[in-house]
Ligand binder design. Structure first.
Ligand code: ADP
Length: 292
């Protein structure tokens, strides 16, 4: 279990990226969901020992994450948001190099681990190819292979699906889902479906604050009978936004379809729909915006 208590961070430019963050993160996949600028990377980098917090604590089992950095690094697998590769190096060579850095000094054992990971992430056939020729999805899968070196107990992946096409994204998420349930895996993302598909537990953060944490299914249930949908005209969209809690609007066949939060039927033409995690997400964000 990873326990984060009252974690705060203000950057030298005055931006308060984390405001007394409290989270209990058990084994399994944990989704950290929030819009751009919410503080996800700041939290991930802090847990990955790459930057200091101002105050608060984080413990993983008996490891003090903020102090015992060497111990954290031994059990950590990290895929940063801006994971760069050496474009002229082959997948196999670079993974082998990372394995040396991880302390896998015995050549034969190292080769086995590297081959095994390349197979696991489905890059074995492409292992001799230069990383510069890889697609975004292949690069991210390579990133996961690198993160899994040394059997980490804490795996952190920061916005891994941004920029992947749907097929690559699916492949990547399936790979993440296969990482053991005996490991804490934190998936930070601004894409709601990433969390819906994979994560039995989650948190929503915005402006450095935790707005919600728990199980997605439970959170969704709290919106039962309270989400309504209607196809509206473009002209009336602003009026609906003013008079109602519009959770989301999207175009279907060129016409706006809006989801509204309301305890009673807003007006004729609205049909009640089954809420989903996206409704939960936008409901929390709207409430937060209103309180701000
Ligand atoms: P997210 O990962 O959710 O997009 P970040 O943690 O990257 O959010 O950013 C949170 C806030 O902190 C943003 O307002 C961002 O501009 C700011 N920020 C991030 N890194 C730095 C930094 N090194 N120096 C100053 N401000 C930063």
């Amino acid at each position: 279990m990873l326990e984060i208590r009252e974690l705060s961070k203000t950057y030298p430019n005055g931006v308060q990226a984390l405001k007394r963050v409290n989270l209990s993160i058990p084994k399994g996949m944990f989704g950290l969901l929030g819009p751009n600028g919410a503080g996800k990377s700041s939290l991930m980098r802090t847990l990955a020992t790459l930057q200091e917090a101002d105050s608060g604590s984080a413990t993983f089992g008996n490891i003090d994450v903020l102090k015992d950095k060497d111990q954290v690094r031994r059990i950590l697998g990290y895929l940063p948001q801006d994971f760069g590769v050496y474009p002229k190096t082959s997948a196999e060579d670079l993974l082998n190099h990372f394995a040396v850095l991880k302390g896998l000094t015995e050549r034969k054992q190292r080769a086995e681990v590297v081959q095994g990971l390349l197979q696991q992430v489905n890059l074995y056939e492409q292992r001799k190819r230069k990383l510069g020729t890889f697609s975004g999805g292949m690069r991210q899968r390579f990133g996961i292979a690198q993160a899994l070196l040394g059997d980490p107990k804490l795996v952190i992946v920061d916005e891994p699906t941004a920029g992947l096409d749907p097929e690559e994204r699916n492949r990547f998420l399936n790979l993440l889902a296969e990482i053991g349930e005996q490991v804490v895996v934190i998936l930070s993302t601004h894409i709601v479906e990433d969390v819906t598909d994979l994560c039995p537990r989650m948190a929503i953060i915005c402006a450095g604050q935790v707005l919600l944490t728990g199980e997605p299914l439970q959170a969704i249930q709290t919106l039962n009978n309270r989400v309504w949908r209607k196809v509206v005209s473009k002209d009336s969209l602003e009026r609906y936004r003013r008079d109602h809690t519009v959770l989301s609007s999207r175009l279907v066949g060129g016409r706006p379809v809006i989801n509204i939060y309301s305890e009673a039927q807003p007006d004729e033409g609205f049909e009640q729909i089954e809420p989903d995690l996206e409704d939960v997400y936008f409901h929390r964000l709207r409430e937060f915006e209103r309180a701000a």
